[in-house]
Ligand binder design. Structure first.
Ligand code: SF4
Ligand code: SF4
Length: 410
């Protein structure tokens, strides 16, 4: 009898699979130890599943979703190949409706995560509950596995009493199973208090090879291009805190700096740049799953090639070169520029809009996010200010880039 994709592996399961590839090899010592804990990881077929923190759900290393959501046939192929974590949002241009349609008859094979924006709701508790009920209808289901606040900009945007009241009611009614957030910006400040609160089960976190590496202008001169930025940026602390508090992490924005995913690009050691990026993200053991946009069969095959594999030295070199080439174009969402901005402009979010348009080929979504980001009113003129350019450690922020975002006003 086949087992549910959500069940936790038994010790026997793990022993059976632990010899498989580098994954098993890397954990063999733990398995052989007398008192070693059973690792919460399992290979079944061509997919590897990891434990999603305290939810105890076993999720596929590769998650599917994003905006736009993949074509139905590609989506179903991804499920057939073992992907079981589906991520969407009310803001993903019809993504929930599309996924609801595709999942007819297959709901029980997947774990669904979706999100709402409570930021402009008048009655936040009632608004979140109504948003969840709308999402249930669109997804054609009676429960959402991970219900998230989208894009939390501060701990209060999850921990507020009125937000927690909504979560409590939705859980009591059986409409949601676990509480989540997505965090695009300044995670070192935003996420640890949520982990420590004990109220959060899952966090979707912007994490990619640019988060872990940096090429500051002075580094280039010194020939140093692959340092310990993960620690310097505070992100290592976020990963460690998630592990300590057993919060499941799902990595978003895994393809940063890529232009569109091109399976033929940057071949190294028989693999591609996209595979190297996924392997880097999945090498962080706090991470349960990595999201990427599977918009073609070629991308699906390419991404599957990263499952259960270890980053090679050649791929590390490839990533190093890629980071060197693209460093000054990729925002790490650290928030340093925003903290320095006298007008307190949402600079990382504005830059994210430009990335959606120019690198992801999503002009409509870029304009939609721009409208949301600037909903409070038009942006003031930057004048001769250079504060963000001086504050950004990577040479990304600057007045000209902020001006360029105004092209998205239409
Ligand atoms: S240039 Fe504009 S966005 Fe940058 S810090 Fe100054 S006011 Fe803010
Ligand atoms: S533009 Fe620079 S300072 Fe601002 S969030 Fe991005 S990386 Fe950080």
């Amino acid at each position: 009898m086949s087992r549910s994709p959500f069940t936790r592996p038994t010790r026997r399961d793990f022993l059976r699979h632990s010899a498989l590839g580098a994954l098993g090899a890397g954990l063999a010592g733990q398995v052989l130890g007398q008192d070693a804990p059973v690792p919460r990881i399992e290979k079944r077929g061509e997919m590897v599943y990891r434990r999603l923190g305290k939810t105890e759900l076993m999720v596929s290393e590769l998650a599917i979703g994003g905006s736009p959501s993949p074509e139905p046939a590609i989506f179903l192929e991804a499920l057939d190949r073992g992907m079981n974590l589906v991520d969407t949002s009310a803001g993903y241009g019809g993504g929930e409706e599309r996924i609801g349609e595709v999942l007819q008859g297959r709901r029980d094979q997947v774990i669904i995560s979706t999100k709402c924006h409570p930021y402009r709701m008048e009655d936040v508790t009632a608004g979140i509950i109504a948003a969840c009920e709308t999402a249930l209808g669109k997804l054609r289901t009676d429960r959402i596995d991970v219900w998230c606040i989208h894009g939390v900009g501060g701990p209060e945007w999850f921990l507020r009493d009125d937000i927690q009241a909504a979560y409590d009611q939705l859980k009591q009614q059986g409409k949601i199973r676990f509480a989540g957030v997505s965090c695009h910006q300044d995670p070192a400040r935003v996420l640890p208090p949520l982990f420590e609160s004990g109220r959060l089960d899952v966090a979707l976190l912007a994490l990619n090879v640019f988060s872990g590496n940096t090429v500051r202008p002075e580094d280039v001169k010194a020939g140093k291009v692959y340092d310990n930025w993960l620690a310097d940026s505070g992100l290592q602390g976020v990963l460690d805190s998630a592990k300590q508090h057993d919060v499941g992490l799902v990595a978003m924005k895994t393809m940063a700096g890529g232009a569109l995913q091109r399976p033929d690009a940057y071949q190294a050691d028989g693999s591609t740049l996209a595979q190297a990026k996924l392997k880097w993200v999945l090498s962080q053991d706090a991470v349960a799953a990595a999201l990427s946009e599977v918009l073609s069969y070629a991308i699906l095959e390419d991404n599957l090639g990263a499952v259960g594999k270890t980053l090679t030295a050649e791929e590390q070199a490839l990533l190093r070169e890629h980071v060197r080439e693209r460093s000054a174009s990729v925002c790490r969402m650290c928030g340093a520029c925003q903290r320095a901005c006298p007008a307190k402009l949402p600079i990382p979010d504005l830059l994210r809009c430009i990335t959606y348009r120019d690198e992801h080929g999503k002009p409509t979504y870029a304009r939609q996010v721009y409208r949301e980001v600037t909903a409070a009113g038009p942006l003031p003129d930057c004048g001769h200010c250079t504060a963000c350019a001086q504050a950004c450690p990577h040479g990304v922020a600057g007045r000209e880039r902020i001006r360029a975002t105004r092209e998205l006003r239409a």
